[in-house]
Ligand binder design. Structure first.
Ligand SMILES: [Zn+2]
Length: 93
């Protein structure tokens, strides 16, 4: 699953975007990096500023995609030979 789809799935149905609603790690991202304020916290602030919530996320897919491509591609779990890992923090999965 792509990070974008995973984020959309995570937020769909949520009445309001809260810090707690972005604590769940989107599938395909590094839990280690996602848990840091610079990622989940920054996403929360950006989503909030965008007026995003689980009911209107369908209208903001383009924004989510752009945000994820710009900010989350470096914390994506990627295959590194025979193991999976995160290039940002070097965590091995
Ligand atoms: Zn990481």
């Amino acid at each position: 699953m792509k990070i974008v789809e995973s984020i959309i799935k995570m937020l769909t149905g949520k009445e309001e975007i809260t810090l707690a609603s972005v604590q769940e790690v989107p599938e395909g991202t590094c839990p280690n990096c996602w848990g840091r304020d610079e990622y989940s916290g920054a996403f929360y602030n950006a989503a909030k500023a965008q007026g995003l919530n689980g009911n209107n996320i369908g209208a903001h897919v383009g924004w989510v995609q752009e945000y994820a491509n710009k900010n989350f591609s470096k914390i994506a779990i990627v295959s590194d030979g025979d193991s999976l890992g995160c290039k940002n923090c070097n965590m091995k999965g």
